[in-house]
Design a protein around this ligand. Structure first.
Ligand code: ADP
Ligand code: MN
Ligand code: MN
Ligand code: MN
Length: 369
């Protein structure tokens, strides 16, 4: 793409070789940078701030509770703004390396109650109640790269690219844009300790996917949130914006989802297809409840995406089928053949809160709520 489009971003034009002068300065051995990451009041965006520790932590419980100004993140009133950060999971920091850490946190109000966008707390309770069934989740995170003018990266500034068809899993300069970001993110996730399981270019140009999982219980959603932080952060280095909007371009362009693949030990055992079918019957009876949990606006975002076109089901009806990419829930062909495995819930929006999605699946399919 012409350099002129990237000059919109100060991050893209700052000289990265100058930054290298400071990156590898020897720092005191016992000093560790801990970047605390949390979900803000939008329920969609992440925030982060860094502090120095004088020990090398090995688990999240060792890290101090911290706080931040919740009135600047849509989470508190100015007059009562201190909001608590409780460390819940620890990852290696791929941006500063060494012993430095990324610290995922959930958030609590001045009265120690969870904030409105702390969905982890309830999800954790559901996972505890269901833990004997050993629930696994694998989440396919789709996203779109944008230039600083909020147009998809590499798209003509006036008009549109050629119609969809050649871009999915595409190779070549006229098919995919910014593979550097995708591969940087992949490596950074592996370095951090995220169980990232793959990546592919998507149907719309500048749209991509990666998968996290399978992970057990709460770990899937924890890891997905940190993988999103890492993606925003890698793209920031290139002066590129990541959007998880489920329908970034109206018209004949695919939306973006977060297909959630789900199984219990009983589903993974021989003959588990019977368990998968039982779960699908329960999901059919709870369609509205799930749609409400599958995007941050209770279904409003998914209305733009789940149209019944562009490989989606209609938001209004529950459908299920083997190898059916137009259904709400798909049984992968391999699982139908082996008569065991998992189901794929195709409804979650790309900007969903995976805590809400995983919690809804567990409450409906395992806890019978
Ligand atoms: P698709 O064919 O829908 O594009 P992907 O290969 O992108 O599928 O993603 C499949 C996801 O399912 C991966 O994240 C994988 O880890 C996950 N997965 C595989 N087996 C299971 C299982 N038994 N339970 C839950 N998730 C699983
Ligand atoms: Mn996929
Ligand atoms: Mn996909
Ligand atoms: Mn899928």
């Amino acid at each position: 793409m012409p350099a002129s489009t990237l000059q919109n971003s100060p991050n893209a034009v700052l000289n990265k070789s100058v930054a290298e002068r400071y990156r590898h300065l020897p720092c005191p051995q016992n000093k560790v940078k801990a970047t605390y990451i949390w979900i803000d009041g939008t329920g969609e965006n992440v925030r982060a701030k860094t502090r120095t520790l004088d020990f090398i932590p090995t688990k999240s419980e060792e890290l101090p509770i911290w706080n931040y100004d919740g009135s600047s993140t849509y989470q508190a009133e100015g007059a009562n703004s201190d909001t608590y950060l409780k460390p819940v999971a620890l990852y290696s920091d791929p941006f500063t390396e060494g012993n430095n850490k990324l610290v995922l946190c959930d958030t609590y109000k001045h009265n120690k109650q969870p904030t409105a966008t702390n969905k982890r707390n309830m999800c954790f309770q559901a996972m505890e109640a269901a833990k004997d069934t050993i629930p696994w989740f694998g989440i396919e995170q789709e996203y779109t790269l944008l230039d600083m003018d909020m147009r998809p990266l590499g798209w003509p500034k006036t008009g549109f690219p050629g119609p969809q068809g050649p871009y999915y899993c595409g190779v070549g300069a006229n098919k995919v844009y910014a593979r550097d970001i995708v591969e940087g993110h992949y490596n950074a996730c592996l370095y951090a300790g995220i169980n990232i399981s793959g990546t592919n270019a998507e149907v719309m140009p500048s749209q991509w996917e990666y998968q996290v999982g399978p992970c057990v219980g709460i770990d899937a959603a924890d890891q997905l949130w940190v993988s999103r932080y890492i993606l925003h952060r890698v793209a920031e280095d290139f002066g590129v914006i990541v959007t998880f909007d489920p329908k970034p371009v109206e018209g004949d362009w695919n939306g973006a989802g977060a297909h959630t693949n789900f199984s219990t030990q009983a589903m993974r055992n021989d003959g588990g297809i019977a368990e998968i079918e039982k779960a699908i019957e329960k999901l059919a009876k709870n369609h509205r409840k799930h749609i409400a949990a599958y995007d941050p606006r209770g279904g409003k975002d998914n209305e733009r995406r789940l149209t019944g076109r562009h490989e989606t089901s209609s938001i209004h009806d529950f459908t299920a089928g083997v190898a059916n990419r137009r259904a709400s829930v798909r049984i992968p062909r391999g699982c139908a053949e082996e008569k065991k495995g998992y189901l794929e819930d195709r409804r979650p929006s790309s900007n969903c809160d995976p805590y809400s999605v995983c919690e809804a699946l567990v409450r409906t399919c395992i806890l019978n709520e």
